[in-house]
Design a protein. Structure first.
Lengths: 161, 103
């Protein structure tokens, strides 16, 4: 199963203690603009900077979309959503605003949050529910207000799965 | 005109500002017996703290709305129209994703 991931989703997954398992089970694509954003993050000597530097050491598959969709979003999101359409796979993003804009354009794209891959691992009995919840809680610490509120809402429902 | 900014830890970077703004910063710093660096650092920290506090309040309002404990009209007092659209969309999107996983 393959996905095209944006920077935020990759950083969230990079915080997961099951990131190596995610990479083993799923094929993640990035685009040149995502690679640039990761490099920009990696220039900071803080928690996310170190996570971004770790991502740079992983050989993720990089591909540029042949055609960019007119989404009026930032380069990285536009590339990610465009490539996902071309590859007939889902995009991974935690950027609610970008996801809303892309969804409203009705381009037929499937976009999933980063924790979707953890949910799939749990559903396939590769990780326990406790592991999944622990991972999502850890990612939550580094989310802004909107994603923090939404992810906590998701977490409550996930705990009831 | 550029100034050099040395942080407490290890990072140093240059900052470009209008000469008029630098003059105002220097006058303010002199009145408060601070260096230019101290004054800019304090102002920046205060700005970030205020922003963080605003986001904390937004998060509380969003959480209450998501739990059905805050009406949309009250949510509008804290969040912008665009933010409410994102939040509302995000709620439905998450529910759809979880529904998809449950199947």
């Amino acid at each position: 199963m393959m996905f095209v991931a944006d920077t935020g989703a990759l950083l969230s997954l990079g915080c997961s203690s099951h990131f190596q398992l995610v990479l083993k089970e799923y094929t993640l694509y990035i685009t040149p603009a995502v690679e640039e954003e990761i490099a920009a993050f990696a220039s900071y000597d803080d928690f996310l900077g170190l996570k971004a530097a770790a991502l740079q050491r992983i050989s993720l598959r990089k591909e540029k979309p042949k055609k960019l969709l007119p989404l009026n979003l930032e380069n990285a999101e536009t590339e990610v959503f465009s490539l996902a359409i071309e590859k007939h796979c889902s995009a991974l993003s935690d950027d609610i605003h970008a996801i809303r804009i892309a969804t409203q354009k009705k381009i037929g794209i499937s976009i999933k949050p980063s924790f979707y891959l953890l949910l799939l691992l749990y559903k396939r009995k590769k990780i326990t529910k406790e592991d999944m919840v622990q991972d999502i809680k850890f990612v939550l610490v580094h989310r802004n207000w909107l994603h923090g509120a939404l992810w906590e809402y998701a977490l409550k429902q996930i705990e009831e799965l | 005109m550029g100034i050099q900014w040395v942080m407490n830890e290890t990072t140093q970077f240059s900052l470009r500002m209008d000469p008029e703004l630098i003059r105002q910063v220097d006058e303010e710093a002199e009145q408060e017996y601070k260096t230019r660096t101290e004054l800019i650092k304090e102002a920046l920290m205060r700005y970030l703290q205020e922003k963080k506090e605003k986001e904390r309040l937004k998060k509380i309002a969003a959480e209450l709305w998501l739990q059905g404990e805050l009406s949309e009209s009250k949510l509008r007092k804290v969040l912008s129209h665009e933010e409410i659209q994102d939040l509302s969309f995000g709620k439905q999107w998450i529910e759809d994703v979880l529904h998809d996983v449950r199947r």
